[in-house]
Ligand binder design. Structure first.
Ligand code: 6PG
Length: 259
């Protein structure tokens, strides 16, 4: 468990661009040790802006994308071609432009013929994929991801783990979520034990409606009230914020990245 570092950017565009550049640097660093890097994607507006910024960044070619394992921290359980899919949004903004190894891309199942209306089976099949990818040195039922990206909702949710919900206490690696307060209502999510196995957790958060949950998460709130408070990386926990999301963070914690 690591204590959080906070970096504040002038606005959401700057945040997305800087997080994209940071991601390239970190992935190159991991690959330079000879390891295949693992990255967990998330959904939401700032994540999509980060993906678009990464697609535009010429330095993204410095990463050998065929040696990156891609996972999703959560997914909307909708039809495979639905514009609501986190996978589809990431593919359109970024992934379709990268030379990925399809065998290393692990989208969560969609609500298609095979899974018809069965998010529980989708969740347990994803848990099996995670278990199959875990290496002996990961010491657990899922990989110790190099980087886990997370957005934060105005209610403090991360991935599809929402306040006061039983999934927060799920011990299995993944869970189905029904009646999500954020549409669409049916989802699949990694659970706390899986998120907490990441080496580095990067929260990427923009907007004034996030100022309260960011302050609470950094101030030691309980994860039942503020799920974001429950996730830390084993070696690093980074809060990458825009100015508005950082508005209530104590000055002693926040490091401005730009004037
Ligand atoms: C989703 C998410 C969710 C998201 C946050 C932040 O499926 O929508 O994975 O956890 O990351 O709600 O989203 P915004 O950046 O749009 O506020």
């Amino acid at each position: 468990m690591s204590s959080p570092s906070v970096v504040v950017h002038r606005n959401a565009d700057m945040l997305a661009a800087a997080a994209a550049a940071r991601l390239v640097t970190r992935l190159v660093d991991v690959q330079s040790t000879g390891r295949v890097a693992s990255l967990v994607l998330t959904g939401g507006s700032i994540a999509n802006r980060l993906y678009a910024a990464l697609a535009e960044l010429p330095a993204h070619d410095a990463v050998d994308w065929s040696r990156v394992e891609l996972w999703w921290g959560d997914e909307r359980f909708v039809a495979p071609d639905s514009p609501d899919r986190n996978e589809r949004q990431a593919r359109e903004a970024l992934l379709d432009r990268l030379r990925l190894d399809p065998a290393r891309v692990h989208p969560m199942p969609a609500d298609d013929g095979a899974y018809a209306d069965d998010p529980d089976r989708a969740a347990s099949d994803y848990a099996e994929s995670l278990a199959a990818a875990a290496q002996p040195e990961d010491h657990g039922p899922s990989p110790a991801f190099d980087i886990l990206l997370l957005g934060v909702g105005p209610d403090g949710h991360v991935a599809s783990l929402f306040p006061e919900r039983p999934e927060l206490y799920e011990e299995r690696p993944t869970s189905a979520v029904r009646h999500s307060p954020k549409p669409p209502p049916t989802r699949v999510t990694m659970t706390m034990p899986t998120l907490r196995r990441a080496r580095e957790v990067w929260f990427v958060v923009a907007g004034a409606d996030k100022a309260g949950p960011v302050r609470l998460a950094l101030g030691g709130a309980g994860m039942m009230q503020v799920p974001a408070a429950g996730v830390t990386g084993t070696s690093r926990t980074l809060w990458l914020l825009d100015h508005d999301a950082a508005a209530e963070v104590p000055a002693s914690l926040a490091r401005p990245a730009s004037p």
